[in-house]
Design a protein around this ligand. Structure first.
Ligand code: GLU
Length: 253
């Protein structure tokens, strides 16, 4: 039977477990789940964390050039991020590769063909492509989104079966329950317009998207009939538990 293809998007908040360091434990947790699901699922990862990785090693003065300094930090941090993935995943027998993409690549026919061909060969050979925005040439996701939209564009282009976006809450809560301070997860969303009314403009500490960019990403996926699951990536085993319906998370159909 053909394997199902999952695109897993991991933001900086998940990868750092909301600290100032990339969490090797979180990367290992993700790797162990991918290894456990290897028979039935193939994974493509869209990961942020380059800037967060650089900040462990260097402090650059921004002097009003905040975005440009973030681009430079992403350049410094990306190889470290990939090294940490490689070190942890290879211990689990998983192979990793790096792909850097930007929105404009999705507007050029030849680039799209090249992306699909490259990633398909990687996956056929059991490599897990780890995608990030090419922050030297683009600043879209640094400014807003933390790779949520990039993940959705990639999910559509690669015709994945499921888009999983990791976040740092138990997915999307009802407005009323937040108001009452007992957050309750919305398990299923069919109407995104109704959902948008439930969502505020929340932003996260490391990432730049908050829930808004996740909803926008899920709308892109939905257009292509791809289901999006928003899942609390801070929890151990979040992918396995979501697949077994053992944790609260939000499905956008
Ligand atoms: N591409 C950036 C990174 O990997 C995204 C930064 C962000 O907004 O968290 O660090």
């Amino acid at each position: 039977m053909a394997k199902k293809r999952i695109l897993l998007k991991i933001g900086s908040n998940t990868l750092t477990k909301e600290t100032n360091h990339i969490s090797r434990g979180k990367i290992e947790d993700i790797g162990m789940q991918i290894a456990a699901l290897n028979d039935k699922y193939e994974f493509i990862i869209v990961s942020s964390g380059a800037i967060a990785a650089a900040k462990q090693f260097v402090k650059l003065e921004s002097n009003g050039k905040e975005i440009i300094v973030k681009q430079a930090l992403a350049s410094i941090g990306q190889p470290h991020l990939m090294r940490i993935f490689h070190e942890n995943f290879s211990d689990l027998g998983l192979l990793t590769s790096q792909c850097l993409l930007s929105y404009s690549d999705f507007e050029k026919e030849q680039s799209k063909v090249n992306i699909v061909n490259t990633i398909n060969i990687l996956v056929e050979n059991n490599y897990i492509p780890i995608i990030n925005e090419n922050d030297t040439v683009a600043t879209d996701e640094i400014q807003f989104g933390d790779n949520d939209k990039l993940a959705a564009l990639t999910a559509v282009l690669l015709k994945v079966d499921l888009l999983i976006i990791a976040t740092n809450t138990n997915a999307i809560y009802t407005k009323e329950s937040i108001h009452n301070e007992i957050p309750e997860t919305i398990p299923l969303v069919n109407d995104l317009q109704l959902l948008e009314k439930e969502i505020g403009d929340s932003k996260s500490s490391h990432g730049t998207g908050g829930m808004k960019s996740k909803i926008e990403a899920s709308a892109i996926a939905k257009e292509a009939n791809i289901e999006t699951w928003i899942v609390n990536g801070l929890k151990d085993n979040f992918i396995l538990d979501a697949l077994k319906n053992n944790i609260p998370f939000t499905k956008i159909k």
